[in-house]
Design a protein around this ligand. Structure first.
Ligand SMILES: Nc1nc2c(ncn2[C@@H]2O[C@H](COP(=O)(O)OP(=O)(O)O)[C@@H](O)[C@H]2O)c(=O)[nH]1
Ligand SMILES: [Mg+2]
Length: 322
């Protein structure tokens, strides 16, 4: 391990052993990346690439957080270690929604194989896409089998993050989205699985039929050859969850059988590298105003290393995809 990363070695070691406080600190370091922690991230990323990343998106109020709570239980029953990255569009300090997410996830306090992290869109020095992908790499390296990412799916960062997911769940609810335009916004049209949540409401049948029709017509879908599945759930009543977990597993198997899982990881790494290089250089340039040329040199060296890695990855990606 490099000298710089020595500083974090014991944190990583303790996190691997299941020390949740150490894990929390490690994640804070990664969320606010700098030259030192970039090296830590690279080392973690070198151990990652195995986890199944599940993106959950849909308009606010569709029931994403509630459903994720149920999904965690469903995945835990099947023996998986689960991490959640919840991206909240509002401030960490004032947001009731963030508190709500935490409260709803309280039932998992004490389960060492579940870890939930909320990221705010504000206050992250390196930006949201970078922080979210860094967390995905870290959870993956630390042996989490399923990493669930919740976002509202609008905005470039949210699109970046959903593109880093192997399986995209798009949540709709009765009444919302009974119009193709609603499904064409952001990443809504590239869902692998469409979930009609709030199926306890009678209007759910109409929404289910509507989405099934759009899928059959080929209006929506990921374009990978996978025909999207449409599933009805009631996160509140806990119905449809087992079926949803089955479909998520089916999609994961499809990705692996068609060797699409590795290409998703490569795409995620390329984005990570690009964001890191951009970030390191920007920070160093800002500092160069204070005439700290040593740090600028170091950042330039690290950025050029990163560019080399990106080129190497691109060549790797070509041979994987051919
Ligand atoms: N009737 C009904 N309400 C639900 C269901 N799932 C979530 N809700 C409610 O919808 C509201 C928004 O849920 P939340 O999980 O915060 O949605 P998010 O904004 O998509 O994360 C809350 O009041 C939930 O209790 C469901 O299946 N049926
Ligand atoms: Mg939510």
């Amino acid at each position: 391990m490099s000298k710089l990363a020595d500083k974090y070695a014991s944190l990583v070691e303790r996190a691997v052993k299941g020390d949740l406080r150490a894990l929390g600190r490690l994640l804070s370091v990664l969320e606010n990346i700098d030259i030192e922690s970039a090296q830590l991230l690279e080392e973690l990323a070198s151990k990652a690439g195995r986890a199944h990343v599940i993106g959950v998106t849909g308009i606010p109020g569709a029931g994403k957080s509630t459903l994720i709570g149920k999904l965690i239980s469903g995945l835990r029953k099947r023996g998986y270690k689960v991490a959640v990255v919840a991206i909240d569009p509002s401030s960490p300090l004032t947001s009731g929604a963030l508190m709500g997410d935490r409260l709803r996830m309280q039932e998992f306090v004490g389960d060492r194989d579940v870890f939930i992290r909320s990221l705010s869109t504000r206050g992250l020095k390196g930006g949201l896409s970078l922080a979210a992908i860094a967390l995905i790499e870290a959870f993956d390296a630390l042996g989490y089998d399923k990493i669930i990412v919740e976002t509202v799916g609008v905005g470039q960062a949210e699109v970046d993050i959903m593109n880093a997911a192997h399986t995209i769940l798009v949540l709709t609810m009765p009444g919302a989205g009974d119009d193709i335009q609603a499904l064409k916004a952001g990443v809504m049209e590239i869902g692998d699985i469409y979930v009609v949540n709030k199926a306890d409401k009678p209007e759910a049948t109409k929404t289910y039929e509507y989405i099934t029709f759009a899928v059959e017509k080929g209006d929506i879908g990921p374009g990978t050859g996978w025909i999207p599945k449409v599933v009805k759930t009631s996160a509140v009543m806990g119905t449809g969850i087992d079926e949803l977990v089955d479909v998520i597993e089916e999609h994961w198997n499809y990705m692996k059988e068609n060797k699409l899982d590795a290409s998703k990881v490569i795409a995620r790494r390329k984005l990570l590298i690009a964001l890191l290089a951009e970030n390191l250089l920007r920070k160093a340039l800002e500092k160069s105003i204070e005439a700290n040329s040593e740090e600028l040199d170091e950042a330039a060296r690290r950025a050029s290393d990163l560019v080399e890695k990106a080129l190497w990855l691109s060549r790797g990606a070509c041979s994987t995809l051919q």
